[in-house]
Write a protein of this length. Structure first.
Length: 400
């Protein structure tokens, strides 16, 4: 077969690997590989669903974490109203996988992308689904309206959230009058539905102390409250305020202002989030995503494993070595693209043997997942578990 020819459906790597590994023990998983502890993941999912239900807020799972239609559908069955994504391509691929309530919680400006957004809005409309998009400029609103108007089909509309900058200093207009002007602009276009405010404070998610996070979200809530009041004073209702992440969602839920939460990383949890002081108002989440690796070289003072930076992201630091019961504590250091350097965490500590399997907790889940075609789901734990399913990373590399 020509290597550039599209693979037939039954040759998809997830299907082929799933057939080979189904029911096998964890020892059969080749390395490096991205592995989900399904039991831990499902406990995390249940805890988030119960939190949202208890606090009477909507929960919209951020699917940029896993980029998987199968996991998005699992989250919606558990109670999520839909998913967030960050790119048009992510939205298209998840929609193709049966996910029909999607919010692109990001700005889209390029005309070719907006034409794809309009086409997807029509596609979802035809299956009783819904598409939403964030905006932070009048030009963005006008370009979106033009793209929607250019579609030959009739009947589709798109929900539009005005993004305000509540402290991150990234996208978003200033709270108050600039956001009011955008809501009014959206209201002028028949295919656009002003859906509310996007108010996500990404910078607050990894503030280490509860006090710091509480203060940051209090400022965000004040900005949202002011903006909402000013928009509604013009006669335009603000139906929903959406935002929040894994580090702060209990604070947004308690505010009485946010009606929808967008956490994503809670499903897997990564080494960076584990450094946060835990807010007792939030559920306790477990690490559920691991890179399985193997020792390929040994020396007196260190060993080398086969999981380098091509298997895990390092923007939030090196991975942490997960210690199984009875195992020795180890530290991970940069060994390059295909290698990791492991040393004993305490002087004189034991080192693993050649060929021994180890498990790494990635520093940052989202970009780590984007490095892999599949995630291998294991039931029964990392030590004695068995492969239950192989999950395709459908939107891997879906950047446009």
């Amino acid at each position: 077969m020509n290597p550039w020819t599209k693979l037939p459906p039954d040759a998809h790597p997830a299907l082929a690997l799933g057939r080979r590994l189904a029911g096998a023990g964890v020892a059969a998983i080749d390395t490096p590989a991205l592995v989900i502890d399904l039991d831990a993941m499902e406990r995390n999912l249940t805890r988030m669903a119960e939190f949202a239900q208890k606090h009477k807020v909507r929960w919209r799972a951020h699917a940029k974490l896993h980029k998987s239609a199968a996991l998005a559908r699992l989250q919606m069955r558990a109670g999520a109203v839909g998913v967030c994504v960050q790119t048009t391509a992510e939205a298209e691929l998840l929609a193709a996988g049966g996910v029909h309530n999607i919010y692109i919680s990001n700005e889209v400006i390029a005309t070719p992308k907006l034409e794809r957004v309009a086409a997807l809005a029509q596609t979802l409309h035809e299956v009783q689904g819904r598409l939403a998009l964030a905006v932070d400029s009048a030009e963005g609103v006008q370009r979106l309206a033009a793209a929607m108007a250019s579609r030959p089909q009739a009947g589709a509309s798109i929900d539009v959230f005005v993004e305000i900058d509540v402290g991150q200093g990234r996208c978003g207009v200033a709270p108050g009058a600039p956001a009011v002007a955008l809501a009014q602009e959206i209201d002028q276009h028949p295919a656009l539905v002003f859906a509310g405010l996007q108010a996500y404070h990404g910078g607050a998610q990894h503030l280490r102390t509860v006090r710091e996070r509480r203060e940051a979200i209090a400022r965000a809530v004040a900005a949202v409250t002011l903006t909402r009041q000013q928009i509604e004073a013009t006669g335009i209702p603000v139906a929903l305020v959406t935002g929040a992440g894994t580090g702060t969602f209990a604070l947004e839920a308690a505010s009485g202002v946010y009606g929808e939460l967008q956490p994503g990383s809670f499903l897997f949890m990564d080494a960076d989030y584990a450094q946060n002081e835990r807010d007792p108002a939030q559920p306790q989440f477990e690490h559920a995503l691991f890179v399985k690796t193997e020792v390929i070289s040994t020396s007196a003072n260190h060993v080398v494993c086969d999981a380098g930076h091509k298997s895990h992201a390092i923007d939030s630091g090196m991975p942490r070595v997960h210690t199984l019961p009875g195992g020795a504590a180890l530290t991970y250091a940069n060994g390059g693209d295909e290698h990791g350097i492991l040393r004993a965490a305490v002087p004189g500590g034991a080192l693993p043997a050649l060929g021994q399997a180890l498990w790494l907790i990635p520093g940052h889940c989202d970009p780590t997942v984007n490095l892999h075609d599949v995630m291998i789901g294991v039931r029964g734990g990392l030590a004695q578990g068995r492969v239950e399913r192989v999950i395709s990373v459908d939107a891997r590399g879906a950047l446009s």
